[in-house]
Design a protein around this ligand. Sequence first.
Ligand SMILES: [Zn+2]
Length: 254
Amino acid sequence: MIGQRESVSGAHFAFTDRWGGVSAAPYEELNLGGAVGDTPEAVKANRETAAEALGLDPARVVWMNQVHGAEVAVVDEPWGTGVHPLRRSREGGTPVPEVDALVTARRGLALAVLTADCVPVLLADPVAGVVAAAHAGRPGMVKGVVPAAVRAMVELGAAPERIVARTGPAVCGRCYEVPESMRAEVAAVEPTAHAETSWGTPAVDVSAGVHAQLERLGVCDRAQSPVCTLESDDHFSYRRDRITGRLAGYVWLD
Ligand SMILES: [Zn+2]
């Protein structure tokens, strides 16, 4: 259910694993992604189950329509369930926007990021009362979605040296095989992402790239999940299974 959880000065960080939900194969069990082919009823039930385990009101969890970009949305309120990302919310409000990072200064509002191999990035400045969630796959890391999220936090009063950063389960640099040309393109932007698979072929380490970006911005309090999604049977992995569920990372302030 909740694979990792941590609280720092009233800021809360959590990452799910794949167990404890109601989804049938190949989304078993706790699929939290609404755009992967699972039934909306199962996703809704799973999101409620995960929220309950975290002590959150599922109606106060904000999701994104992630598109591997670097756009950031500042939010004060939820915009609907997000189970159908392209459908307008029941309230008749705005559709869930196509962004890969959310920022809020609203206490008690939880921000959620969906992944299955990409890097879920959770950020919080407990002093300023500002949190962010970002989806950083290879394209998002290269486009700078995480620095964009940090800049948006700073505009709301956060200071990089106070930001606590946690990255969740993701495919590791020893497993994420890419063509040589792709590794070169990524490394030209973020040299620390240059990696090699355990079998000796070109690879990309997205988590290493994200942490290097955060370090350059002055974010010192950083921690990275030791879990590789592709190697772990307890986590969804798109590269391993293709049709599969999505894990979620949640960040919020008391
Ligand atoms: Zn791995």
